[in-house]
Structures are given as C-alpha cells and as structure tokens.
Design a protein around this ligand. Structure first.
Ligand code: NG6
Ligand code: CA
Length: 513
C-alpha cells in the first residue's frame, strides 16, 4: 500500500501548482523559477538499503540523511541500474541501459571514456536548460581515448560530456592513479615528477604490498596488493606524482570543500546542477581521524557516519545561501552493500547486528534485490510534500524526468519521465525494468522479479555475497517475500513465462523505452 500522508490543504496546492504538466519556462532570475530549481544529486558509493537510519539502521547514526528523508520523499522501491558502480553511473548520466554497452563494466583506472561525447547526457541536457553544471567526487567512467598521459590535459572526460566544472577521482579510491583531477589536469602535479600508470606491470623499484608488506597500514584480503600509496595497497601500479597523491583520510573534506565552493560561487542568473559523488563507504574505508570510533562498526560504519556529516554540511550550505526551497536534492547510492571488499578493515567482524542490505537478499555484485535496491530520497522543501512513496523509481529515469522538469526535449533513451512519481504526485513509477549485475540481467516489475537461468557460481566467495545465479529460472514475489526465499518459477509458470517474454523483448530490442 502506498503510504502518502494526509497533507494540509495549503501544501497540496503548492505541490499541485508547481509540479503540474507543462511548466512555464524560465523568465530571468533562475532561482525563483519553479521549473528550474538548482539540482544536487548526492550519490553514495556502495551504501546499502539498510545503511541509514531513514531505512531502519539502528547501529549507525545518520541524522542528516534521516532529516533529508523526513523533509522529503523517501522511496521504498528505489533502484540503481546495476549492482556495480560504472554501469550504474553510466545509466544515471546517459539514460541508457548499461547492459546494452559491452564495456560498461567495472573499469580500471586507465580505461578510456565510456560515454560517447555525442551521446545525450543529464548534465548536457541541463546545460541546454541554462544550468551551470559540475561534478565533485568519484567518476569511474573512464578518461581519454586510449593511452592516457596523466601529465598532459586528460581529455575527453567529464568536461566533454556536459560538466562545465569537474573535480574528480578517476576511478575508485582503491585504484591508481591516486590523484585528484580538476578540469582534466592532475592537481598539484610537479613537472619534474611525472606520473606513470600501468595495470599490467609494476615500475622497477616501486614497492607493492607483496614485496613490501612492512609499508602497509591497511592489510589486503583479496586483490589490492599492487602499488602502495599512503600505506594503502591499491589495484594497479603507479610511479611518480608524489606531491599530487591524495591523503585518503582528507578525501571527504576535500570533496566537501569543492562542492561547497561550487554552490557558493554560483551564477545569480543561472541555476546549478551539482553531482556530488561521494567515495564512501567504498573501500578503502578511511574516515578522517575525527570520525574514527564514531560507530562501533569500525571503518565501514565510521565512513558512513562521515558521509552523513558531509551531507549535513552541504544542506547547511544550501540553507546559509538561502537556497533550500529552490534546490531539488536527490540522494541515492550506486549499488548495494558489501562488507569485505578486499581489505582487512574489520567490516565483517565488527558488523554486529547491523543489516546493510535491509531485509533483502544479496548485496553488491548480486542479481538479488540488495544488489540494486538502494536508498532513494527526493527533497524539495515547499514544493515536494514530505512522505514515503512505494512507487518503483530508478536512477536511469532521472535524465528524462529532469529534462521534463526543466523543459528540454527528451532525447529518447531508456530513461522514462517519472517526474509525477519523483515529485510525489503519483505512486505509479516505472512499470518494469531490466536490472544488471556484472553483465547478467534480471527483469523487475513492481512486485515480481524474474531471474533467467545463470551459469555462474551461486556465491562470490571472496566477498561472501549470493550472486543470484541458478541453473533454473527464478521467480520471486517481492511484496510477500522480500527476502527472496521462495522460488515460484515452477509453481506459477504463467507468470514466469509472461515476465520472461517481456524481458526477452526488451533485451533483444535495439534501445529506447
Ligand atoms: C572489484 C574490487 C573491489 C571494488 C570493485 C569496484 C578486487 C578483488 N575487488 O574488482 O574492491 O574496487 O571492483 O567497485 O579487486 S565499484 O563500486 O566501483 O563497482
Ligand atoms: Ca559502487
């Protein structure tokens, strides 16, 4: 049952008038225009459905996310497009299903740009609508066209696919190069100490976790035994660029400050779009020392607490700047949770009774529900009424929905305009979607999921996550069985076959919804 609270009449009027059908186009001062609010997408990395107080966590305090949820719309059926990072981000920014794109998989740090510069993108569309656009934080969509020279301008990248300003980490916190990149230039690079990066072989004389374990302050469990930077062994090899290397423990503060500057230095004539792409709680989990011990869960819990604090600072910045009521804030995560993702950081040992995956099965990398079902909060005080929505919404739909909101033509992708659901005027979101997890796919409707036969192992042993693979088809009724404990594929062949046909039709079609 959808749980929409009874709204006071005056609030209903505000909601109805500001979100109805075709909205008036901008007329001068963008910040007073109800069809062109500032837009901030806050995107966590590997944060699970159950990792925040707003979604039931009791062992980690997330007061700022909780208050965002209390003042906004909290979705119970909110989805990332994939159970890993690169494909989810690709879908969010381009509106295209990632499984249509062969190379939309977890990318190494030296991969070429995955998005075609001619492709429609969310920031590109918002620029058409007159927005100033920026990204701060994790990118992980590739850079350049092949062999990147990290000592020159690195193009194409975020600035060539719609972001006017960018301050990013190239791939993941655990992958080289461990440097920040601003508008295509490595920050703080000294010309006499050039950076070299390889994912094939080490550079002679450079320490790795295998030959210099004494230099390691955070041990590795699987993978993560190549170059050591800041005492943390990484994926990939790197040489040089000493002055440019980041300090992991300062990363949250660094990104926060960049995001705040982007907001404060706004153009009074133009609304802004900020993609604030947090690195937490992805590995390596390195909260600033002032957050160490904030929870009893060790680095993973403390990193979530730190991320929540950062979100609070962003909301406070919006408030200080008088922007709260004309800024649409969307909060979500790129994929589901994982405890041991390759470092010895006590995430398993100290997890206690916490359930990062909420009531769902699986986690990061999984076709089961917890792989892609994530926190999803939409807040626009004064315009979107607070509440809880059971509409099925996906990050892939932000492109068409925000194009609709801001009055730019929908480029026709897999993205659907679900603005009525995102703004709380309807509890009908998406009717169905194809979910992806490490190149495998499944078909989700509002209450059902159909998982076709998969040949892979049932469990990813390193991370101890059930992947959703089985030789036989699987069918679950999520409304009555959220934990996916009863496979109904044999019992209900008609439903199974009907979902299977819809699924096959979509995956064999060339594109668009
Ligand atoms: C995996 C890494 C994992 C993480 C993941 C990407 C190993 C053994 N595991 O390959 O630690 O980096 O890639 O995560 O190397 S994601 O959230 O960016 O998709
Ligand atoms: Ca991720």
């Amino acid at each position: 049952m959808p749980a929409f609270p009874q709204l006071p009449a005056i609030l209903c009027l505000v909601v109805a008038s500001s979100c109805s059908g075709d909205l008036p186009q901008a007329a001068g001062g963008a910040n007073s225009d109800a069809s062109r609010p500032n837009i901030v997408i806050i995107y966590a990395d590997d944060l699970g459905f159950g990792d925040t107080g707003a979604y039931g966590a009791t062992e980690i305090q997330t007061p700022h996310i909780d208050s965002l949820a209390a003042g906004g719309l909290r979705f119970t059926r909110g989805y990332a497009s994939s159970a890993t990072c690169t494909p989810s981000r690709y879908a969010l920014l381009t509106g295209q299903y990632p499984w249509r794109k062969e190379k939309a998989r977890i990318l190494p740090g030296n991969a070429p740009l995955l998005i075609d510069t001619a492709q429609a993108t969310l920031p590109g569309l918002l620029r058409q609508a007159g927005y100033r656009t920026g990204i701060v934080g994790k990118w992980h969509l590739g850079l350049g066209t092949g062999a990147v020279d990290w000592n020159q301008a690195i193009r194409p990248g975020p600035n060539e696919v719609g972001f006017e300003e960018s301050f990013i980490l190239a791939a993941t916190q655990d992958r080289v190069p461990t440097v920040y990149i601003r508008n295509g230039q490595v920050v703080g690079l000294e010309p006499d100490d050039p950076i070299q990066v390889s994912y094939e072989e080490n550079f002679p004389g450079e320490p790795t976790a295998l030959d210099h374990p004494e230099l390691v302050k955070m041990g590795w469990d699987h993978g993560h035994n190549n170059s050591i930077v800041n005492g943390i062994p990484r994926i990939g090899f790197m040489k040089g660029g000493q002055a440019a290397r980041w300090v992991d423990e300062d990363m949250a503060d660094t990104f926060l400050k960049e995001a705040q500057v982007f907001i404060r230095e706004r153009d009074p004539e133009a609304p802004f779009f900020l993609f604030y792409s947090l690195q937490q709680p992805h590995v390596p989990r390195t909260p600033h020392p002032r957050f160490v011990g904030a929870t009893d869960l060790g680095p993973r819990g403390d990193a979530i607490f730190e991320a929540d604090w950062c979100i609070g600072q962003i909301l406070a910045t919006l408030q200080d700047e008088g922007l709260l009521t004309n800024t649409l804030v969307i909060f979500s995560s790129d994929n589901g949770p994982v405890l041991n993702d390759g470092y010895l950081d006590q995430a398993v040992e100290r997890n206690g009774g916490h359930s990062p995956w909420g009531p769902y099965r699986g986690g990061k990398y999984s076709l089961f529900e917890a792989g892609t079902r994530v926190p999803f909060i939409v807040s626009w005080p004064g315009t979107i009424a607070p509440g809880v929505s059971d509409a099925m919404v996906s990050q892939i739909d932000l492109l068409a929905s925000l194009a609709h909101l801001t009055g730019v033509p929908d480029p026709g992708t897999d993205s659907q305009n679900i603005w009525p659901a995102l703004s709380g005027r309807s509890d009908a979101g998406r009717e169905h979607m194809v979910l992806e997890a490490t190149s495998r796919t499944a078909f989700r409707t509002r209450d059902w999921v159909y998982i076709p036969p998969q040949s892979g192992p049932p469990v990813a042993k390193n991370v101890n996550i059930e992947l959703g693979n089985a030789a036989a088809p699987q069918l679950y009724h999520l409304e009555s069985d959220p934990g996916q404990t009863r496979n109904l594929a044999e019992e209900l062949p008609q439903i199974r076959d009907s979902l299977m046909r819809q699924y096959q039709e979509i995956i064999s079609s060339p594109g668009t919804h």
